[in-house]
Design a protein around this ligand. Structure first.
Ligand code: UT7
Length: 328
């Protein structure tokens, strides 16, 4: 048995914020943000919206497209680092209830911007082992609620959104499948991108914990250097495992963090940059949601069609990284 993605769905909150809007509330500019990152817009959830709300919208679209009824799902795996509630319960369990997925197990995967790749490979493993036949994989993030809006070095980079795919068991000779996956971590870099306080290491202490310590903090340069190294290494290893060359791949769908990470990787490794799908200008960095949002956009616009060979590549906090080769 193999595992194949049979449908996609995505959801972006209604409110769309241009770089110029940010320049009105902090010391930044459209010119700086766009030239350093490739970002022009991001969608921002309204106050009442949590990760599960975005996830349900994206999931409903993915389920409709494959005519899957929620009660046919064996499992919901939801990748997020901005859950509805801190630690428990899982956001996946809330989505399971909202979708009325009566017989589905539900769990969250916490691997930040690599979350979708980790969740997808987990789904593949459950399906290939015969433990599940139909799994909903979702990436859903509301970073706007964990950003320090007084820190221009992080606040301009992220956006909110959700993407979902339905993964199903297919026969070994089926044309579509998740063919290869790599998952890696370098935990020594844990503090390059994290929320230092509010967990059990440095618990929230009233009067002592500063609000900024509860928000996302990042050493941008260190993450940038890690990302360029990780993206190139994953692509190379995936190609080697399948005895392919870069030209055999129709599309690389990378995590959308900074267009310069992709330009630099392509330059160093001699890859054709045009094969990297980039939508960061419109949506910014949506962490675990970025790859499934891109997949859904590519399907909707006809850029991704059955029979194509694609790669997904994720990287982020942990530090974590990974990738897949998918026969679409
Ligand atoms: O999913 C993974 C998430 N993480 C990432 O994607 C982070 C990866 N890293 C990056 O993308 C880049 O390192 C950044 C975009 C975060 C920063 O780009 P950079 O070219 O490394 O800039 P920098 O941090 O070296 O800062 C250059 C200057 C500084 O000013 P000075 O010290 O040279 O006077 C910053 O204070 O740019 C300033 N700066 C800004 N200026 C205007 C930093 N943020 C801003 C801003 N607007 N938003």
């Amino acid at each position: 048995m193999k595992a194949a993605i049979v449908s996609t769905g995505s959801y972006l909150p209604e409110r769309r914020v241009h770089n110029d809007d940010l320049a009105r509330i902090m010391d930044t500019s459209d010119e700086w943000i766009f030239s350093r990152t490739g970002i022009r817009y991001r969608h921002i959830a309204d106050e009442s919206e949590a990760a599960s709300d975005l996830a349900v919208q994206a999931a409903t679209r993915a389920l409709e497209r494959s005519r899957t009824k929620a009660d046919q799902l064996d499992m919901i795996i939801l990748a997020t680092s901005t859950p509805d509630f801190m630690g428990l319960p899982s956001t996946a369990a809330i989505v399971q209830d909202r979708l009325q997925a009566g017989k589905a197990a539900a769990m969250d995967v916490v691997a930040a911007c690599s979350g979708f790749v980790y969740a997808l490979d987990t789904a593949r493993a459950f399906i290939e082992s015969g433990s599940a036949a139909r799994i909903l994989v979702v990436g859903s993030e509301v970073y706007s609620k964990i950003l320090n809006w007084d820190d221009r070095t992080t606040a301009v980079l992220f956006g909110d959104g959700a993407g979902a795919v339905v993964v199903e068991a297919v026969p070994d000779d089926h044309g579509s499948c998740i063919a290869q996956a790599i998952l890696r971590a370098e935990g020594a870099g844990a503090e390059t991108l994290y929320r230092s306080h509010g967990g059990t290491r440095y618990a929230y202490v009233p009067g002592q914990t500063h609000e900024s310590e509860l928000k996302l903090q990042m050493d941008g340069r260190a993450v940038y250097m890690f990302a360029v190294r990780a993206v190139g290494a994953v692509i190379q290893e995936l190609l080697e495992r399948e005895s392919l060359v870069f030209d055999d791949v129709d599309w690389v769908i990378p995590h959308q963090a900074n267009v310069r990470i992709l330009t630099e990787t392509a330059k160093r490794r001699g890859y054709d940059l045009d094969r990297f799908y980039v939508n960061i200008e419109q949506v910014a960095n949506t962490s675990a949601a970025s790859i499934p949002i891109a997949l859904d956009e590519m399907v909707s616009t006809g850029k991704l069609t059955r029979g194509m060979r694609i790669m997904t590549v994720g990287f982020g906090s942990g530090l974590t990284y990974g990738g897949t080769i998918i026969r679409w």
